[in-house]
Design a protein around this ligand. Structure first.
Ligand SMILES: *Cc1c(COP(=O)(O)O)cnc(C)c1O
Length: 275
């Protein structure tokens, strides 16, 4: 297994991938949108590079499903996985999803086999015989309450349509970047996401060497919940179905206030648990 380093500040660059994928590569695994920097790969280009060298590709769509238009089928993607609790509104603990290209479904084996993936689920056979098609990738009894909750979440995303959602996401992220430029950059915040909207998903990361204390201060004092990631990364997620421009403005205002007033200094810099 070869793990490519982050080499353009945001992700492993497409040029580095181009150099690394060769005839010996079996599988290329990438996040479509990088969870930390929000960098978005050119899915068509990288899929084509992989296929030209006889490699399969598996995209992790956790940060793009529901907010970036894409089609695994038309792009010829082999495999994809993702979570539904980000832009598909499932809430924490919502089920993950798997995509397997039509003609691969009955050729690949599920390494985590379980009775839901059995050809005759209710026969209780002692031998495992996988179902044909996508059903073989099921394992055990799914979390039914979570599945029930995801349905209206996906319906809402479908009703809005990924095109309009992406358009609003781009507009809102541009707005957020412009607020950074005028209000946050002078206070020592860096932009840890690509400047070019076409290379971004739907969140923006700001860096600040006091990021952890700032994150606590805006939560306690301003009721603004961001997401801190080591060592200095504050993520702001834009979910266009319900995030308002006013909220983005308020979040930036909160960030600038706790820094300008110095109130973040009242918080501990000892890192603990999930933020
Ligand atoms: C959110 C996320 C996950 C977690 O998904 P679960 O549904 O909680 O398993 C995995 N990979 C990436 C890249 C993510 O962003």
């Amino acid at each position: 297994m070869v793990v490519l380093p982050v080499d353009n500040g945001f992700a492993a660059s497409e040029d580095a991938l181009d150099r690394a994928i060769d005839e010996d590569t079996a599988l290329v695994l990438l996040s479509h949108v990088m969870y930390k920097s929000s960098y978005m790969y050119d899915m068509e280009r990288i899929t084509e590079i992989a296929h030209n060298r006889d490699a399969m590709i598996l995209w992790d769509l956790s940060h793009s499903a529901g907010v970036v238009p894409m089609t695994c089928h038309d792009t010829g993607v082999d495999l994809a996985v993702g979570s539904t609790y980000k832009y598909l509104n499932g809430g924490p603990g919502a089920p993950a999803f798997l995509y397997v290209r039509d003609d691969l479904q009955s050729r690949l084996a599920n390494p985590i086999s379980g009775w839901f993936g059995h050809r005759r689920q209710f026969y209780f056979d002692t031998e495992f015989e996988p179902a044909s098609g996508i059903d073989r990738y099921l394992t055990g009894t799914p979390s039914v309450l979570s599945l029930a909750m995801i349905e209206p979440g996906v319906d809402l995303a479908l009703e809005a349509g990924t095109g309009p959602v992406r358009a609003k996401s781009l507009d809102q992220s541009e707005y957020l970047v412009s607020l950074w430029e005028s209000g946050l950059k002078p206070l020592g915040f860096t932009l840890n996401s690509p400047r070019n909207g076409a290379q971004r998903g739907s969140h923006i990361s700001f860096g600040h060497n006091e990021g952890y204390r700032i994150d606590q201060a805006i939560r306690e004092e301003k009721k603004v919940i961001t997401d801190f990631r080591m060592p200095d990364n504050i993520r702001l997620g834009i979910a266009p179905l319900y995030t308002t421009y006013e909220e983005l403005h308020a979040a930036v205002h909160a960030l600038s206030e706790v820094v300008a007033s110095g109130s973040f200094q009242h918080y501990s810099d000892v890192i603990k648990g999930v933020t």
